[in-house]
Design a protein around this ligand. Structure first.
Ligand SMILES: Nc1nc2c(ncn2[C@@H]2O[C@H](COP(=O)(O)OP(=O)(O)OP(=O)(O)O)[C@@H](O)[C@H]2O)c(=O)[nH]1
Length: 683
């Protein structure tokens, strides 16, 4: 026997739950709250032995009497008599009068609802309420405590209904519904700027005859469906890996297949590499569309060659990556591309159950002047219907109206279908999950609960990986793979660093560089790091101002180095729990150089504006030109107007000189930092 609920045991023993609760509390000291409470196996066995084995009614009564609880005995007798009476009355066709023992109340209850539950006239309930000091109208909601007092007057026990089990877990299970039926694939198009993402999406839209028919013009709702030989494909109309990864950072896994667009005349470019790495990190399969095949200079073989450098080998070159040469302009290869998408999705056996309550993800949302919050939802499982109450993060509402991607009013949307909905209380964020609740009250309660948990989360910060506590995370088995993003000033460094870092892998921890590229640390890098729980390592590069702010918000750790050896040592030490730096670098602020003046005997004075933080007289400084650190040195002087000052804060201008450096230029950034001593951790 496993655990059992009070009411189950009561049924088994043929006694009222209410009495069983009393016995459990008073005689067996088993802590139970209501009929839904769980009883441990041992206790249940003992009680069954004592009560369950007693067959005859007289013996049951005797047993209870021996427990010396008069009320219980009375109730048991009453119950037994009631049952016998019921049997008799049923036989004779008499109307049975039910004796109410308890009613369940979830949260608050209206006076009308309460009178229905109590089977008493509303007037009587209102009158009794006055006696407990509450003046309430028929539709007024009263809280549990008041309802409980009132119930006592009617000799009925009020039981506070606990939240339904499973209601919260609804949020999480978005994985394939193995018992479901086939669903359409959801596709995202990615690629380098100008390689033809938008053109290709437009060309695909035109493939669907239904959308080009009169009145059937595709509306921009963030996602749309295309019919290809009786198969429906759903496209997310937010091309680009930034949006894709931003959604993933919020925990949304929507995309089944990525079409990676590479221009045949341009080949693999930095954003193509980013897109490849974002897809790999998300473990989403890619189909390569080699676009612009109509152009002179189109060279698909060069694209395939370059793909191999990123671990992607085309099928006709012996690999498993599907490459389709296409032209968004001439529509060459388009049909074949879509066929490949259909084929791949069939192999993936994507399934969903249309008979369930819907759940899915917000694709985009906005506030419409006339219609209020408008959101495009993508149903990932179940069927979404007009009238459904849903909750999305901290927002909730009842769906007033739904539209498809052709702007037509619809009543329901099944799996993989996008729908624009009206009726939410607020504008949700894209990437947030939505779940259908049993009614609006529940939806609201869930949204409130989410808001509460967000408030709490702010106190207990989420656990992002950081070098300082890497060892303890490894020990606890939380980190088995250390994911890194590497940004450096030159390509040669990127490759060297990736190789050296990956060699640090041990039996317990695998070091994996999920993205490596040249250039400043960007917001996209932060998004990828946040979504993949990765650390960012920078060599002679710095994050942009926006990236810094975002890293702080997302709690992504950025480590910057000038020498590869230092980075390797740091990570190696962190992995074995020996990272005990004695000094720590603290960045104070950033300054933008707006003017330069040459002064004889002094050198170049940079007229600066403090963008973030502050600069102090004892700061060390780094000169950053176009995201690359060109110098790391000491501050020469710090002045406001003609006076030397100790510090200058955000929003103020100042004049600085850099120790032994006169080549400062307008547009350079100066990063001010200090080296702070920190206590050595004991091992
Ligand atoms: N010749 C030719 N030109 C194309 C083709 N596809 C796109 N182009 C052109 O390439 C340029 C960029 O196309 P877009 O579709 O805007 O590219 P994109 O990748 O969406 O660009 P962003 O949205 O800026 O990232 C446009 O001038 C298109 O007309 C093609 O198949 N053949």
């Amino acid at each position: 026997m496993t655990k059992i609920r009070v009411y189950e045991l009561a049924q088994e023993l043929n006694v009222p739950s209410k009495d069983l609760i009393k016995i459990l509390l008073e005689e067996f000291s088993v802590k139970v709250k209501n009929h839904m409470s769980v009883i441990e196996e041992e206790d249940a066995e003992l009680i069954k032995e004592l009560i369950g084995s007693v067959e005859k009614e007289s013996e049951v009564v005797e047993l209870y009497e021996s427990i010396e609880n008069e009320n219980v005995v009375k109730n048991i007798k009453k119950e037994k008599i009631k049952k016998t009476d019921k049997k008799a009355s049923k036989k004779s066709g008499e109307v049975e009068e039910e004796l109410l023992e308890f009613i369940e109340i979830e949260g608050t209850i209206s006076v009308k609802e309460l009178s229905d539950k109590l089977k008493k006239p509303v007037t009587e309930v209102i009158r009794e309420l006055i006696f407990v000091g509450v003046m309430a109208g028929i539709n007024q909601e009263i809280d549990f405590e008041t309802a409980e007092k009132l119930c006592k007057k009617f000799d009925v026990q009020a039981i506070e209904k606990e939240e339904e089990e499973g209601a919260v877990e609804e949020d999480t299970d978005l994985e394939e519904d193995i018992n479901g039926v086939k669903r359409s694939p959801i596709i995202t198009v990615m690629g380098h700027v100008d390689h033809g993402k938008t053109s290709l999406l437009d060309a695909i839209k035109q493939t669907d005859v239904t959308s080009t028919e009169a009145g059937g013009i595709t509306q921009h709702i963030g996602a749309y469906t295309v019919k290809v030989n009786n198969e429906t494909l759903t496209f997310l109309d937010t091309p680009g890996h930034e949006a894709f990864t931003a959604m993933r950072a919020r925990g949304a896994k929507i995309t089944d297949i990525v079409i990676l667009v590479v221009a045949a005349d341009d080949g693999i470019m930095p954003q193509t590499v980013e897109a490849i790495n974002h897809c790999k990190a998300a473990e989403v399969p890619m189909i390569i569309a080699i676009n612009k095949m109509d152009k002179v200079g189109a060279n698909p073989d060069r694209v395939k060659q370059e793909l191999t450098e990123h671990g992607l080998v085309a099928e006709d070159w012996g690999g498993d990556v599907i490459c389709v040469p296409v032209s968004a302009h001439t529509r060459e290869g388009l049909e074949q591309l879509l066929e490949m998408v259909v084929l791949s999705s069939e192999m993936m056996e994507l399934k969903a159950d249309p008979d369930r309550n819907a759940k899915g993800t917000v694709v985009e949302a906005r506030l419409d002047k006339g219609r209020g919050p408008v959101a495009t939802l993508l149903v990932q499982n179940g069927t979404l219907k007009v009238g459904d109450s849903i909750y999305v993060g901290t927002t909730y509402g009842r769906i007033r109206a739904m539209f498809n991607d052709k702007g037509e009013k619809i009543k329901e949307a099944g799996p993989s279908m996008p729908a624009e909905i009206l009726g939410l209380s607020d504008v949700p964020s894209s990437g947030e999950r939505f779940v259908v609740a049993k009614d609006e009250k529940t939806a609201r309660a869930r949204a409130d609960k989410k808001a509460e948990s967000i408030r709490q989360e702010k106190f207990q910060k989420s656990h992002k990986v950081s070098l300082e506590d890497l060892y303890s995370q490894i020990q606890e088995g939380k980190v088995k793979e250390l994911d890194l993003i590497v940004k450096a000033d030159v390509q040669g460094s990127v490759e060297a660093i990736i190789q050296s870092l990956e060699k640090l892998s041990t039996n317990t921890v695998k070091v994996r560089v999920i993205h490596g590229a040249v250039g400043a640390i960007s917001e996209t890098d932060i998004t990828l790091a946040s979504a993949s729980n990765a650390l960012i390592i920078g060599f002679n590069v710095r994050p942009t101002v926006n990236a810094s702010a975002m890293a702080e918000k997302e709690e992504v750790e950025i480590k910057t180095y000038r020498i590869i050896y230092d980075a390797l040592e740091d990570i190696k030490s962190a992995m074995v729990g020996l990272l005990d730096p004695e000094y720590k670098e603290v960045v104070l602020g950033t300054l933008e150089v707006r003017e330069t003046y040459k002064v004889s005997n002094v050198g170049t004075i940079a007229g600066c504006y403090v963008q973030t933080g502050k600069i102090t007289r004892n700061s060390k400084v780094r000169i950053i030109r176009q995201g690359i650190v060109i110098l790391d040195t000491d501050l020469g002087s710090l002045k406001r107007f003609k006076d030397d000052v100790k510090e200058v804060n955000t929003g103020y201008e100042c004049g600085v000189t850099i120790e032994r450096f006169n080549d400062i230029k307008i547009g350079d950034l100066i990063e001010a930092y200090i080296i702070e001593e920190i206590k050595i951790k004991s091992l």
